[in-house]
Design a protein around this ligand. Structure first.
Ligand code: AMP
Ligand code: MG
Length: 431
């Protein structure tokens, strides 16, 4: 691993500086977009870079631009099986008979140069013989006794792929900050590139807080619940390809919490906890955070979610997510995920909404962002339509499990009539 010399370790903004970018700031009623802006300002991507084989680069973040060492394709070549001809030999309204001088296969160019009145049989991918510019597909041509008859109506340059049509040598094939996807592996391979520089993996420590939490395998006493948040967090973080440090359940006890935070800050780039940040519980959390780091406690104008702690502890970024299982997922997807991608060095904007028609009336008050768990399907007329998954209580994890998307009702948006268009964030994309 090397530190990228061109990326000087910029002094990170303090939380107060980051908050200073807002024109107004009320930690007790912070709009989602404002919270996202503050979070983004506090983050610096991990600097270390490692060189990995292209297969291992899937899901990683490219650290430098990759310039194409070659043109792709490297030569003009045939896009179809057929006959390579000089278009100048053809006649607009009558068939033309051309003499065949040989065959060019993919990877086996024909050394002879066809002259006027001559053609070459070509297979898909074959280098276009010198002087030819057009391919007549075999289905319309007639071959007989060493000649081919070409019907009229062939367009100049048809069925020919041009050199450099995909990429020209020296052009960026992939840009730094890209999250590498399957197509990129193929693209890199098509350029003959065996290894690429990627940012090192992010280390993320997670823990749950709450005296009522039990681990799987333990009996549940009255009022106790199984700790599910570490499992949803595990799933969401695994999708991001981070190295996970699972610190288990931490009791509602200042000493235990302090020890967990110190250990996490010493080993991780980011710390994500759940529970213990709501108004009733946050007091001792606040006191510890104030001592150990630079952390703000917010009430976000959103539903579900609301309480969120964010800041820095030592060199680690800290997210204190609410404890409710649905709120954990929503705050992860809409705050932590983009932040982690940024820490990973990703440049792309992570979420693109899909528009769908709501199958039902959605009650909504302007002045907060609401997230409804929903199922998106295709209506009989072919348009995407969406319906919510029933009870939207922030503890109802099944509403999340049944959903395939989240309907986002934006801050200023009011109620949506049945049939109105809404923004949806799909859980699974084809990546
Ligand atoms: P808190 O934010 O700590 O007040 O927790 C809010 C609610 O979420 C309470 O009902 C908790 O029992 C529940 N909760 C907190 N953490 C977890 C967890 N890790 N797994 C399941 N439920 C939790
Ligand atoms: Mg709690």
């Amino acid at each position: 691993m090397t530190d990228r010399p061109s990326d000087p370790p910029e002094a990170p903004a303090s939380l107060a500086d980051a908050i200073g970018c807002l024109s107004s700031y009320d930690p007790g009623a912070l709009p989602v977009d404002d919270a996202c802006r503050v979070i983004a300002r506090l983050l610096r991507p991990v600097a270390a870079i490692e060189q990995v084989a292209i297969r291992a680069s899937l899901g990683r973040i490219l650290a430098h631009d990759i310039l194409s060492p070659i043109s792709v394709p490297a030569h003009d070549n045939s896009a179809m099986d057929g006959f390579a001809v000089r278009h100048a030999d053809l006649v607009a309204d009558t068939p033309v008979r051309l003499r065949l001088i040989g065959t060019a296969l993919a990877g086996k160019p024909l050394p002879q140069v066809p002259g006027p009145g001559e053609a070459v049989r070509v297979m898909t991918g074959a280098v276009m013989p010198t002087g030819t510019d057009t391919v007549v597909i075999q289905e319309v041509a007639r071959e007989q006794d060493g000649f081919v008859t070409v019907p009229p109506g062939q367009e100049a340059g048809q069925n020919r792929r041009l050199k450099g049509e995909d990429l020209t040598a020296g052009q960026p094939a992939l840009e730094a900050g890209r999250l590498i996807r399957p197509a990129d592996l193929g693209l890199l391979a098509s350029l003959g590139i065996a290894e690429v520089p990627v940012r090192r993996r992010l280390r993320v420590a997670i823990f749950s807080t709450g005296d009522e939490l039990r681990s799987i395998g333990e009996p549940l006493g009255p009022g106790q619940v199984y700790d599910s948040n570490r499992y949803t967090l595990h799933g969401m973080l695994a999708r991001l390809g981070v190295d996970l440090i699972d610190m288990g359940v931490v009791r509602d006890d200042p000493l235990a919490l302090e020890a967990a935070i110190r250990a996490a800050a010493g080993s991780a780039d980011a710390i994500i906890s759940s529970g213990g940040v709501s108004v009733g519980e946050a007091d001792f959390t606040r006191e510890i955070m104030a001592r150990l780091g630079d952390v703000a406690f917010w009430t976000i104008a959103m539903r579900p979610g609301r309480p969120l702690a964010f800041g820095r502890i030592g060199d680690a970024v800290y997210f204190g997510l609410p404890g409710n299982p649905v709120a954990v997922m929503i705050t992860f997807y809409f705050f932590a995920r983009a932040a982690l991608l940024r820490l990973m060095g990703a440049s792309e904007s992570p979420s693109v909404f899909t528009r769908a028609r709501s199958r039902e009336f959605l009650r909504k008050k302007p002045g907060r962002t609401e997230y409804q768990r929903a199922i998106i399907t295709r209506s009989p007329d072919g348009e995407p339509e969406v319906r919510t998954t029933g009870s939207q209580g922030s503890g109802v994890l099944r509403s999340m499990s049944r959903a395939n998307c989240i309907v986002v009702l934006h801050h200023d948006q009011a109620s949506v009539p049945e049939g109105g268009w809404v923004d949806c964030l799909l859980f699974d994309g084809l990546v």
